[in-house]
Design a protein around this ligand. Structure first.
Ligand SMILES: [Zn+2]
Length: 221
């Protein structure tokens, strides 16, 4: 979801439907030029990372981490949420953990996230309000800290960070991650935030590889 989308840049407004297929031809040519075996190598995937990111078009996982197809398993939705009733997210997580055996699951948010900004407002947007409600819950939990930040942009940036932290925490609450830990599977959960303005990813340093920090009520024993 774009943050208060302004006029599209000249480059993106020139993208056409046919242009995408032309672009695909260029991609094939370029990939084979750099490695004639490029597509043969993708016959199986063995990514070490599951990325849970925002659907925002400006935050493409492979591009901003300088990785290739096959190296990151990706799930994206509005505002990089981990909702415990979301069968789509749970199915991706289960497959990543129990079939692909990823070593890292990374929740990546981004400053200026339209979903977070919308959730901070009192405006009704329609169906999506039910999704954004989960971000409002994050605000409620951290209201003391957030309300003390006078500057609107700084407060929004902090909510972006707290939303990443809470959703990384939500990952740890799932039976999928807890069972993996219980079975001795080596897997870590992380929280990152990306700056569209600079391209820089910041590690929020909430990495965890066990359920020690979980509130007792969430622990499966
Ligand atoms: Zn976003």
């Amino acid at each position: 979801m774009c943050a208060k989308t302004k006029k599209p840049s000249r480059e993106s407004s020139q993208i056409t439907y046919e242009g995408l297929l032309d672009g695909n031809k260029k991609f094939i040519k370029s990939a084979l030029k750099s490695d004639p075996d490029f597509f043969n190598k993708l016959s199986v995937q063995n990514p070490p990372v599951l990325w849970i990111g925002c659907a925002d078009s400006r935050v493409p996982a492979n591009q901003i981490t300088h990785t290739n197809p096959g190296e990151i398993f990706v799930h994206r939705n509005i505002a990089n949420m981990v909702i415990h009733t979301d069968m789509n997210m749970l199915s991706v997580l289960d497959y990543a953990v129990n079939v692909l055996h990823v070593k890292h699951v990374i929740v990546t948010g981004h400053y200026g996230c339209g979903g977070v900004l919308a959730a901070m407002s009192n405006q009704a947007f329609g169906l999506i309000d039910n999704w954004l409600r989960h971000i409002k819950d994050v605000y409620r939990v951290h209201a003391d800290e957030l309300d003390a930040i006078a500057d609107d942009n700084l407060r929004a940036n902090r909510l972006v960070e707290l939303n990443v932290i809470e959703n990384a925490y939500n990952l740890c609450k799932t039976s999928i991650i807890q069972n993996a830990w219980k079975n001795g599977q080596e897997i870590s959960v992380h929280g990152w935030v990306y700056s569209i303005a600079t391209g820089k990813i910041t590690d929020l340093k909430v990495s965890t590889s066990n359920n020690d920090k979980l509130d007792d009520v969430f622990k499966f024993k």
